[in-house]
Design a protein around this ligand. Sequence first.
Ligand code: DGL
Length: 269
Amino acid sequence: MAVGIFDSGLGGLTVLDAAQKRLPDVDFLYFGDNAHAPYGVRDAEDVYQLTSAAVHDMWARGCDLVILACNTASAAALRRMQEAGVPKGKRVLGVFVPLIEALTERQWGDNSPPREVAVKHVALFATPATVASRAFQRELAFRAIGVDVEAQACGGVVDAIEDGDMILAEALVKSHVDALLRKMPKPEAAILGCTHYPLMEEVFQRALGPEVKVFSQGQLVADSLADYLGRHPQMLGTGQGGYFTTGTPARVSSRATQFLRREISFDAA
Ligand code: DGL
């Protein structure tokens, strides 16, 4: 029995780690498309084709439920995949909605009309493709009114993390935060809208200052997955767990072990 967690690369491990802690009895199958990361600089068609191929592979391995632990794939591919029709008994879900429900203080699945919420100025940090899609603003508009969102496309951060160059990643995060603060000097909340960014969460928080509430997806997605599986226990799937990558398994395993601070061993997808 395994639930699938997909990302373009290593970022989805931040969601996987929270989900494993929240649901210790559930097996997970992680799929990192590291050979094609970063997705954030690709066009929507490309992201759709890559995401769709990976999710079909995960379904074929016995996952009934696949979580796109990738905002870029959630923005560019999720709706199109759902509209194209998923095989019987299979589901694919994204990571935007739990985050926006937390930001707008909604219960899971509360689909009542948009209303005023406490936060008025929100900084969004995401990949160039996620920012260009405006998917975050669209989902937010279904739930909240009067929220000003300033988005910063954080070019280069995913590449630096995938390469294990955390010094470069830190410098880039600081410069992207500076650029955002020039456009919006006093955000009340900041969204880490890419699952790679929680690996740099302290750097974001320090650069933004202590008064800015930083939202990241790991825990929020894990809690919402636990709630979903409680309501749909048949979605636990029939396949085996494990870690698969389209990249070089030894290299990806060593980075994953460094990030999660425990032994992680990837196989070739
Ligand atoms: N972790 C992916 C996300 O959440 C990174 C996308 C990329 O590969 O650029 O957007």
